[in-house]
Ligand binder design. Structure first.
Ligand code: SF4
Length: 501
């Protein structure tokens, strides 16, 4: 995906570690760094030393937020971490995660990957007990000291009011869950976080993979459809790790134990890992776009290597939509394995036609309108010698809004491309995602409003072909049931939020 300012953003990355034999702030930093691609707007770490929880979070990239000084100030042997893109809730410091709350004597922190579809209903149903006042008085400040939550976390932008999840119109769905847990902890759950989760999680609809902790326990939970991944890993020291993707386990030296099952929660304490099913698994719906675009290619999901799956998609696309050409090239980076697969299957030479500036974050801000207009040139530059006079097969993983891709096509034309045959590794993205990709405004999806021929003309390509959905799923795995494909089919695995009147 030629990810630019108008491309969809991934939901989030979550990480958790509990290892009584070592301090874990640095491990959490490494885990978040490995998950940076899943969220680049804000990041945070909550750490427990067994008696109190400190939270440090801020806007920006993991490496820009945390330095040695800040990590040294987060002592403890258990932590959760989070990288965020905004889906529900504004991109602002007060929506950065982990979310931290106190309810009675219990202090807990929570990180969420995914998006709920019933947060409005939950807010109406649950917030009466979690008023802004309640949130303020239970807000955990005695444990999350001003130094931890505010000074290091962007105090200049954060007022006490900002902490009041229940009172803000832009509160995130994760705030809603935290408020429900707080309500439960001071009510029926009687201070037991696991009992509160058992009561609250079945009420949530949509996509969620959570990492949660109190002062002594690390908990992971995954929604009954299994939309977003969540892995359990083990360090050689005996410590346990939770992470959205397997490369985050690799980077801290943990081996994959297994995926958390849909509807399952795991509680990690001094005794080890305890698992319970808080809801029966429902229609399996792992996000197929994790394989297309979201997940790192060096990871595995559901036991399937992502890089190999993308190569198979490229091969399938070459069989489905062959064309005479001189070179197959990717739109870097996520389309590279697919382009390699297309080249291998077609026998057409593989080459690079675009160089991507690797130092441009997805939150890069072009300071002037002129630079914004030329944003694609800041991100990509064409290799004229490789492109000029050639008939190109340009492989892209997906087309969502098409703005950046259109500019990229112009870049290749300006560099002298003789023909551009665009090949897309997924089916047309025609429907909004309510499960974590920020594509809720359907009118912005180019395939929702244009035919394939119209998109081809809009992009200025000589030909355009999308991989058929069946071929795409079969390329991922030989047993292709169990994926969410709603953005390509409109077949949503859950009820979806009603459109605003
Ligand atoms: Fe993934 Fe699309 Fe389903 Fe969203 S709608 S979870 S992007 S497959």
């Amino acid at each position: 995906m030629a990810d630019g300012s108008e491309s969809p953003k991934e939901a989030c990355g979550v990480f958790g570690v509990r290892d009584p034999r070592q301090p874990v702030a640095h491990l959490t930093y490494l885990g978040l760094f490995a998950l940076q691609h899943r969220g680049q707007e804000s990041a945070g770490i909550a750490v427990s030393d067994g008696a109190k929880i400190l939270v440090d979070k801020d806007m920006g990239l993991v490496s820009a937020i945390f330095d040695e000084y800040r990590l040294q100030a987060l002592p403890g042997t258990m932590a959760i971490g989070h990288t965020r893109y905004a889906t529900t809730g504004a991109s602002a410091w007060h929506n950065a995660q982990p979310v931290a709350r106190q309810a009675g004597d219990v202090f807990f922190a929570l990180g969420h990957n995914g998006n709920l579809v019933n947060s409005a209903e939950l807010t109406r149903g649950g917030k009466q007990n979690a008023t802004p006042e309640a949130e303020l008085t239970r807000g955990g400040k005695q444990n999350a000291t001003p130094e931890a939550e505010l000074t290091r976390g962007g105090k200049q932008n954060a007022t006490p009011e900002d902490e009041l999840a229940g009172g803000r119109p832009d509160a995130s769905d994760s705030d809603v869950v935290a408020a429900l847990l707080a309500d439960s902890l001071t009510g029926d759950a009687d201070g037991d976080l696991v009992a509160a989760l058992t009561a609250v999680l079945p009420r949530l609809q949509g996509a969620y993979s959570f990492v949660i902790m109190d002062e002594t326990r690390l908990i992971g939970a995954r929604d009954p459809h299994g939309f977003r991944p969540l892995f359990l890993g083990r360090c050689d020291t005996g410590g346990w790790v939770l992470a959205s993707e397997t490369p985050a386990l690799d980077v801290v030296g943990a081996r994959v134990v297994r995926e958390i099952d849909p509807g399952e929660a795991v509680v990690i304490d001094d005794e080890g890992v305890h698992s319970f099913q808080f809801a029966a698994p429902r229609r399996r719906a792992l996000c197929s776009f994790e394989f297309v675009y979201i997940a790192r290619p060096d990871g595995k999901l559901a036991g399937i290597g992502v890089h190999a799956a993308r190569r198979r998609m490229g091969r399938a696309l070459a069989r489905q939509a062959p064309v005479e050409a001189d070179m197959v090239m990717p739109i870097p980076d996520s389309s590279i394995p697919g382009a390699q697969g297309y080249a291998a299957e077609s026998g057409i030479e593989y080459g690079d036609g675009l160089i991507k500036n690797r130092y441009i974050g997805r939150t890069f801000i072009a300071p002037t309108q002129l630079l914004r207009d030329n944003a694609v040139r800041i991100k990509f530059n064409a290799i004229e010698d490789n492109v000029a006079g050639k008939r190109l097969v340009v492989v892209e993983d997906s087309i969502v809004r098409a703005t950046t891709l259109r500019a990229t096509m112009r870049l290749l034309r300006d560099a002298g491309a003789a023909e551009i045959h665009l090949r897309v590794l997924s089916a047309p993205y025609r429907w909004s995602c309510f499960y974590g990709l920020d594509t809720s405004d359907r009118s912005k999806l180019v395939a929702a409003t244009m035919s394939v021929d119209e998109i081809r003309d809009h992009l200025g390509a000589d030909s355009l072909a999308y991989l058929d959905l069946d071929r795409m799923l079969t390329a991922i795995t030989s047993e292709p049931g169990g994926f969410c494909t709603a953005c390509m089919t409109g077949d949503y695995p859950t009820p979806i939020p009603a459109a605003p009147a």
